[in-house]
Design a protein around this ligand. Sequence first.
Ligand code: PLP
Length: 314
Amino acid sequence: MDYAGMNTMQKTIIHKLSEKTNRNYFYIKRDDLIDFSFGGNKARKAEKFKEDIVAKKADAIVTYGSSESNHCRVIANMARSLGLKCYIISPEEKYEETYNSKMIRMFGARIIKVPIDEVSTTIDNLLERFKKECKPYFIPGGGHGNFGTDAYVDAYNEIKEYEVEHDFTFDYIFLASGTGTTQAGLICGQILNKDFDRKIIGISIARNKEKGEGVIIESIRDYLCKDINDYLHCVNFNDEYTLSGYNKHNDKILNVIKKVLLKDGIALNTTYTGKAYYGMLEYIKKNNIMDKNILFLNTGGLPLFFDDMKGLIK
Ligand SMILES: *Cc1c(COP(=O)(O)O)cnc(C)c1O
């Protein structure tokens, strides 16, 4: 049941950026270049789920996400290429056509729109019903859970390899943080490698600090299966640049996206990577961080860039 495209254990490249803010040295890890379904952190996580799906011989995948969800696009694509049915539960509020939602339909996934407060009972009922007729596999929204965390422990180890090869260390790692699974994976990697000299900073794309950190701590505990009270200082989830919510952005973010595309040829987006890159620069200025090695994790979401085009050219 193998198929082309999605190789397990793909490594992604790290390279320098032209960015010079506060005389720091900026690098980027290109998870946007993972070669399945436009890449991104959801593709890296999906590879881990895929192994389990194939091992369990599931014949249908059920997951959850909004109309612009990168996760749902990758999962719908994966289900199609594996020849499995795919059901996506989406909150009906704010449902909009996006490049991702169009592709999800193209991949043949069934989209079930329900009011947001009925999402979890809908999922339970669907799974209950399916269990009588087939072997459904549930993937939590965003690829949350230990498989998703594990995918980013791998990414952390790739970062370590790069450091050893190039004989230097990154003082900071910045990334866009949503459910926090990606960040939790990186922090687990940090804890397992006992690398406490560097800071991993998640720039929240929507959640407040309390909620965001709570979920990350829970994910780390779940993955490491131990008391993590000694490591709570590793969890830095910054909610100063959310601009009051998911998908909210401003001209400063649009300008940052334009700058990175024009100078480095890399397409960020307003919902995740552009917001995080902007947040990173603001954080660096605000905290007077200078002369450091800084790594930005590009978590992908390329189709969102095309949804953003309307705002980028005025
Ligand atoms: C989902 C997503 C994130 C957030 O990842 P989490 O693991 O949920 O924190 C960041 N960037 C992009 C492009 C995403 O699609």
